[in-house]
Design a protein around this ligand. Structure first.
Ligand SMILES: Nc1ncnc2c1ncn2[C@@H]1O[C@H](COP(=O)(O)OP(=O)(O)OP(=O)(O)O)[C@@H](O)[C@H]1O
Ligand SMILES: [Mg+2]
Length: 219
């Protein structure tokens, strides 16, 4: 049994994180690695609550007009979801020697909640503190894509629109993701250009993961 690794895919909405997480897991399995795909927000109870907020579908009590949470509530919920994710999915899989590929992790919290915060700069250390119990990934891959390209992909994909899927927010997020390493200074962050065809992006993602595979085979 090999040693598990924890890889995270990140980027703006429509960067292809869901597509590439699936491709990476398939490629790892083809190499004989026990790899599992997971995502945040999770499909667990806290994740479901977050998704209702992201879709602006909160059920308001009589007389209340709001349909979503404010940024700080989101930061707390995402941090809670992440602790639960670590406890129930990521930790147990790694303990079995499996690889875990997560479609988003705490870099998303640092990016999205700071991008929408009142006082963006001050929000970052607080969000970091909230996520202190989140285990560190072995590698974070940021999929870089022009916000206009990502927007067009989302439009073609269709489906429910989420509260962050607004051009101004996505442009701010692209700027933040370009400096992702500053948000997680102690993590290993790699950028992958994600505007090409799915296949070629997948190859570059796999190449970024290669050093971890070599480490495993050398054991
Ligand atoms: N390299 C690519 N070239 C063209 N289309 C792509 C590429 N990668 C993904 N797509 C398509 O773009 C759409 C968005 O991709 P995907 O759902 O993987 O993005 P995402 O980053 O997970 O988005 P979100 O953040 O909204 O969940 C999908 O319809 C997908 O098939
Ligand atoms: Mg997705």
């Amino acid at each position: 049994m090999g040693e598990g690794r924890f890889v995270v895919l990140e980027g703006i909405d429509g960067c292809g994180s869901t597509t590439q997480a699936a491709r990476l897991v398939a490629a790892l399995r083809a190499r004989g690695v026990d790899a599992r795909r997971t995502a945040e927000p999770t499909s667990g109870p806290v994740g479901r609550l977050i998704r209702e907020g992201l879709g602006a579908h909160l059920i308001a009590e009589a007389g209340e007009s709001r349909a979503t949470f404010d940024w700080a509530t989101f930061a707390l919920l995402f941090a809670a979801d992440r602790v639960d994710h670590n406890e129930t999915v990521i930790g147990p899989a790694l303990a079995k020697g499996a690889w875990v590929v997560s479609d988003r992790y705490d870099l998303s919290s640092l990016a999205y909640q700071s991008a929408t915060a009142v006082g963006a700069e001050a929000s970052v250390p607080w969000i970091r503190e909230l996520n202190r119990r989140a285990r560190r990934p072995d590698l974070t891959i940021v999929l870089d894509v022009d916000p206009a390209v990502a927007s067009e992909r989302r439009r073609r994909r269709g489906g429910q629109q989420e509260i962050y899927e607004v051009d101004a927010v996505q442009q701010r997020l692209a700027t933040i993701y370009a400096r992702a390493q500053d948000l997680v200074p102690n993590d290993r962050v790699v950028h992958v250009a994600s505007e090409g065809p799915v296949e070629s992006v997948a190859r570059t993602v796999l190449a970024a993961v290669d050093p971890l595979l070599i480490g495993r085979e050398g054991r």
